[in-house]
Ligand binder design. Structure first.
Ligand code: 3PG
Length: 211
């Protein structure tokens, strides 16, 4: 579909922090998603970076209240798989013309990634006005998005990459930032230890950001 930025923004801004999830163990998917939703983070991005990512998405999509999107989407095949897994949105690290065109034919919207004004303008020309800014910290962080405000006033962003509780507010306080994404709310060591209480606490802390 065309992006329908307002609708996508409405979907993801239920929480201003989107956990970026890298998980392969399908058994952990449901309890991890339940912990995140209990903590207040109900919009979840599951990256296509593990062999079982699609199964993880499907398991998380079955958790009441969870809104699951696919991340690291780089092809039309990834998009079809995301729809079949029950995802409600998709996120890509970049925004190639072919990827943007493929997303037009899908039943769920795409949040495409950009890293520069030119890339943002190419995506905007294709109808995408809500963009992921990636990798945010490595590219200069919140000052870059602040610098985008005046020359690119029609665009809004979800920055990801190097964001944590320490710097999330630098982004969330900007008028062109809808939400931020990050993996800090679902640390690998907490998952390995099956410490879902800690995950819920981290989610609860993240939920308070930007309120
Ligand atoms: C990603 O897509 O990998 C996100 O940017 C997560 O980055 P982080 O692990 O630095 O939060």
């Amino acid at each position: 579909m065309a992006q329908h930025a307002e609708k996508l923004i409405e979907t993801v801004k239920k929480a201003r922090v989107i956990p970026v999830i890298i998980l392969d163990d399908v058994e952990l998917a449901r309890p991890a998603a339940e912990a995140l939703v209990s903590g207040g983070l109900n919009v979840l991005e599951v990256t296509l970076r593990t062999p079982n990512a699609l199964k993880v998405m499907a398991a998380m999509a079955g958790v009441p209240g969870a809104v699951v999107g696919s991340g690291t989407v780089r092809s039309a095949e990834h998009m079809r798989q995301s729809v079949d897994a029950g995802c409600q949105f998709m996120v890509s690290p970049g925004a190639t013309p072919r990827l943007l065109e493929a997303a037009e034919g899908m039943a769920i919207p795409l949040l495409p990634g950009i890293g520069s004004p030119t890339e943002a303008m190419v995506a905007a020309e294709a109808g995408y006005t809500f963009l992921k800014f990636f990798p945010a910290e490595a590219l200069g962080g919140a000052p870059v998005l602040k610098a985008f405000q005046s020359p690119l006033p029609e665009l809004v962003f979800c920055p990801t990459g190097g964001i944590s509780t320490k710097n999330a507010m630098d982004y969330l306080s900007l008028s062109n930032v809808v939400c931020v994404g990050g993996s800090w709310v679902l640390p690998a060591d907490a998952l390995a230890a099956r410490d879902f209480g800690r995950i819920e606490t981290l989610a609860g802390d993240a939920t308070q950001l930007g309120r």
